[in-house]
Design a protein around this ligand. Sequence first.
Ligand code: FES
Ligand code: FE2
Length: 388
Amino acid sequence: MSISIASPPHDWNRKGLPGWTYSNKHLFKMEMKKVFSTHWQLVCHSSDLSEPGAYVTFDIGNERAIVVRGKDHVVRAFHNLCRHRGSRVVGDSSGVCKNVLTCPFHGWSYNLDGTLLGASRASTLPKLDPVKWGLKPVETEIWQGFVFIRFKKGKQGSVKSLMQRFDEELAPYELDRLISIGGDFVFAEAEANWKSMRDVDNEGYHVATAHPSLQDLYGKNYVDEPFINGTSRSLGQFNESPSKQWSVRRYRNFVSQLDHLPEPQNASWLYVAMFPNTVLGLYPDSVIFYQDIPIGPKQTIQRGAVYRYPNETRLMRAARYLSGRIDGLTAGEDLQLTKWTDEAPLSSGFDRILLSDLEYGVATFHNHLRTILPIVNEETEPDPQAIK
Ligand code: FES
Ligand SMILES: [Fe+2]
């Protein structure tokens, strides 16, 4: 398989988004409405819902959903919103319920397919049709085992159509067979705008100086590709030269003994990203996802999970431990860079980002956002009334 390297056109915009876009609360509201509610969000993998009644909840902006496996084993998503007074039907981030979802406020209960099972003190209410008064469904797509939801239809195509260009490359990972290792889906929290987190993650120019472990693992062979129709790909093929760090050295040694993937996937970390906020990391020992969930103009949660392969051997498990260790170090380094990236536009000396060819992925991400929200082209902060 050949690695395609898209080179930037000559006339691309080397300036990042204007500084005001990283803190403006009106723009933040607009982003939640026009970007996050109309684009697919990855909630979990089917293996996180291992039995009927298993559920995972997902909050973004003013929206909240519950994804639950039914008695018929079908995975469905609903607004996590009781039809009585709108309470959350489920308060936890994940768990298993027994055949029924019962609202903690007044006890209305719902079947796992969302239909209303019954209201408490039903004689005090009009007769309620179980379907009409059931939990409201949220659009769902299961792509290779991963459960995506979308609160409102937008221009974004299906996950399948967006990811199609990676089908051949992803096939050997058999993503639909992955197994959850558990966890609460929260990786980190940052006092930063979500775009600052994406800006740091959307380029590999900083790997050589900021990520010693990644540089040791694949720095010499790392390639970023730009966002094309809302998806991007990066590939880090492991360096041939000996590793300086023991964890990388041992990791590469362990991985070299695994034989379930073809070349170059067997000695690479592959990242596939989907606009606006989701990244899959495909490793020879495990698969991860992470996504940035905006909480406020200056607050973002990084959500994610780690999955193991179904045929995991002791060696693979040891490799997974080490890849997690390398990822943990990298995430800590990126959080610091995100903080500095995010505070920069607040300074009177800030003059927007100047992007190198190696940061073309950041430019194409910004361009995608410019298309959806043309107001971000304004050089200076517009009046609040203009941001709508
Ligand atoms: S809000 Fe759910 S039962 Fe009243
Ligand atoms: Fe980084």
